[in-house]
Ligand binder design. Structure first.
Ligand code: SDX
Length: 426
């Protein structure tokens, strides 16, 4: 039996091939539908649309499963490192010891920024939101690294990918230090990726910076949790930008801009602000009632794909406990978050809508405890997601069937009419 669906429009039948993946839902191939039937499919928000074929990340939203190249996120978070996950996402396999040494060296030797790049930050007000700085700074990278913009050259594509993964921590740390009025800190080649980032964020000239292995491990794990997530809004933005042939720096800047939205990566800042607004456990019932009255959404809850626990949220919660314990912090907002989760998970309004905590629910408490202001939360998300974006961009670009993304529409505006002079307009 051939795998196909038949669509009947009027007295005509149209065969739609059914394509099968290695796992997950099959897809109806509608690429020829408009040419054959003069009909578009209609799916605003892409709730039922597969935009591409990919081998990078698989999510089973009902089972709460997230795999990167087949490896479960909880195993990677426990046993791997962010740089090893970067190699996995980019190249498809976990690296051998030699491959990792080479990869780590490539990244390490791209962490510095062009000396003139630092003056780029001076153009921003000190109180600029760091995500505004990131969007501008990453978009400007092509002005400083014009020797790796030829997307048709595999070597230049690889160098741009390495430059982006390597320089995002340096740019993010500069955005943070700039907002704090502190001097920039140069990366150190002897430090690991996450340790280097924390030092660039928190070291000051007045004293030696002392690394904290628990916080370094927590930072590295948080980066792993945020590395990639299938065809989410910002990744789809990067793919669409890349489909026009735009170079990676421009595409990643587009992804950063999309991630900033409160429904997406901006939710980690919003979730902490929500917990601050609730303030204490006894304010939870009134706040939850406001959610049920549709006054606002429960930030850090719900997901387009996960209709069960977000597996990342569980690891994030564990990391939150570890960091608070290590720092000896008893954050009252953690009690609010835990009670809010308990209330929401037992309330039919959330149960019926399959709303569970997502990755953004506990990340804010953790990052604030580590010393980051809430305005930096989405910057950290963007730093980690850069490897996912660039891996998806690379996969899209190397797809021989690649076409420029150009969706159509259901037009409900005015049909053709003739121009009317201003003297005849009523
Ligand atoms: C990320 O896509 C990804 O993979 C994203 C991400 C990644 O790693 O890239 O996982 C990162 O963006 C996580 C999500 C962070 N956003 C938030 O925490 C913001 C709060 N969440 C919502 O805005 C919402 O849940 C979304 C945007 C995340 C998902 O929205 P959907 O899938 O479009 O769901 P929906 O709007 O169709 O909601 C279904 C119902 C609606 O109620 P009804 O109209 O059917 O009665 O659930 C309600 C919604 O109003 N609902 C919520 C809610 N989320 C959905 N109600 C209260 N609080 C919420 N958080």
């Amino acid at each position: 039996m051939t795998d196909k669906a038949t669509l009947t429009i009027g007295d005509k039948n149209y065969d739609l091939p059914i394509l099968k993946g290695s796992t997950g839902p099959d897809v109806l191939d509608v690429r020829k539908l408009y040419g054959d039937s003069d009909h578009f499919t209609f799916d605003p928000g892409f709730t039922s649309t597969a935009s591409c074929e990919s081998k990078i990340t698989y999510i089973d939203g009902d089972a709460g499963i997230l795999l990167h190249r087949g490896y479960p996120i909880d195993q990677l978070a426990e046993k791997s490192s962010f740089l090893e996950v970067c190699h996995l996402l980019l190249n498809g396999e976990l690296p051998t010891a030699d491959e990792f040494t080479k990869f780590e060296r490539n990244i390490t030797y791209h962490t510095m920024l062009h000396a003139q790049f630092d003056s780029f930050f001076q153009g921003f007000r000190r109180d600029a939101h760091p995500m505004a700085v990131m969007t501008g700074a990453v978009g400007a990278l092509s002005a400083f690294y014009s020797d790796s913009l030829n997307v048709d050259d595999p070597k230049q594509r690889e160098i741009s990918a390495h430059r982006l993964i390597a320089k995002m921590p340096t740019i993010a740390a500069r955005a943070f230090q700039y907002s704090q009025g502190r001097p920039f800190v140069t990366p150190r080649n002897e430090l690991s990726y996450s340790e280097n980032f924390l030092r660039m964020c928190f070291s000051v000239p007045a004293e030696d910076w002392v690394p904290n292995p628990v916080l370094t491990r927590a930072m590295d794990r948080i980066f792993i949790l945020h590395a990639d997530h299938e065809q989410n809004a910002s990744t789809s933005t990067v793919r669409l930008a890349g489909s026009s042939g735009a170079h990676p720096f421009a595409c990643i800047a587009a992804g950063i801009a999309c991630l900033w939205g409160p429904s997406h990566g901006g939710a980690n800042q919003e979730a902490l602000e929500m917990l601050e607004e609730i303030g204490t456990v006894d304010n939870i019932p009134a706040y939850v009632q406001g959610v049920k009255d549709r006054k606002y959404k429960l930030m850090g809850f719900g997901h387009r794909v996960y209709k069960n626990f977000d597996p990342r949220a569980k690891v994030m919660q564990k990391t939150c406990y570890e960091v608070l314990e290590q720092l000896g912090i008893n954050d009252p907002l953690l009690q609010v978050a835990m009670e809010l989760e308990k209330v929401a998970l037992s309330d039919p309004f959330f149960i019926d809508r399959k709303l569970y905590p997502n990755i953004d629910f506990y990340s804010g408490i953790t990052l604030r405890a580590m010393g980051f202001p809430k305005e930096m939360f989405t910057v950290l998300f963007a730093l980690a997601r850069t490897v996912g974006w660039i891996s998806q961009w690379k996969e899209m670009f190397e797809d021989p069937t690649r076409k420029i993304g150009r969706p159509r529409q259901l037009y409900t505006g005015a049909t053709q009419r003739d121009y009317v002079g201003v003297d005849k307009r009523g």
